[in-house]
Write a protein that binds this ligand. Structure first.
Ligand code: NI
Length: 172
């Protein structure tokens, strides 16, 4: 396995619509493994392939807390097939927008269809934080970041802070 570099906003790959995967084979499982390792090493709870520069519809998620058994979920070609009318507001962050957070409103639960690590077709009813993480990662596959879902004013403030953080990092 290999830890890969996570691309940051405004890298153009993050804005692209990712392509469907043809088949879940060893090559794709290697991508799943590398993405999971990269996600764990970055203390993230989800990672989409475009974030490592691979424009494919591939996602890994693990929302287990520190000290709990790892519970990775691997998704190829995930699709939301049902969303609740009920919505929930949750604070989100993203490895591609480092150290920033903002509140985002999304459906409280979603049902997702996808192919798993072995290419088996699965359906998952995601609720609570898993629903948030899954919708956030699936958005990445359509070139959407959570900062696209907040008000323009909040986005401008957040991006200004990000700019400041980057300048501070450069100085270090
Ligand atoms: Ni993200």
């Amino acid at each position: 396995m290999a830890k890969l570099k996570v691309l940051e906003y405004p890298h153009p790959v993050l804005k692209q619509k990712a392509e469907k995967v043809d088949v879940v084979d060893d090559e794709l499982r290697k991508l799943f493994d590398d993405m999971l390792e990269t996600m764990y090493a970055s203390n993230g709870c989800g990672l989409a392939a475009p974030q490592i520069g691979v424009s494919k519809r591939v996602v890994v998620i693990d929302i287990a807390h520190e000290g709990e058994e790892p519970a990775p979920i691997y998704m190829a070609n995930p699709e939301i097939i049902w969303s609740s009318d009920e919505v929930e507001v949750c604070e989100e962050g993203c490895l591609s927008v480092p150290e920033m957070r903002a509140e985002v409103t999304r459906p409280a639960s979603v049902k997702i269809r996808y192919s798993d690590y072995h290419g088996k077709e699965c359906e998952l009813l995601a609720e609570d934080f898993l629903a948030v993480a899954a919708q956030h990662e699936l958005d990445h596959l359509d070139g959407i970041l959570y900062i696209d879902k907040i008000s323009r004013l909040k986005r401008q403030m957040l991006l200004k802070k990000l700019e400041k953080l980057r300048k501070e990092r450069e100085r270090e």
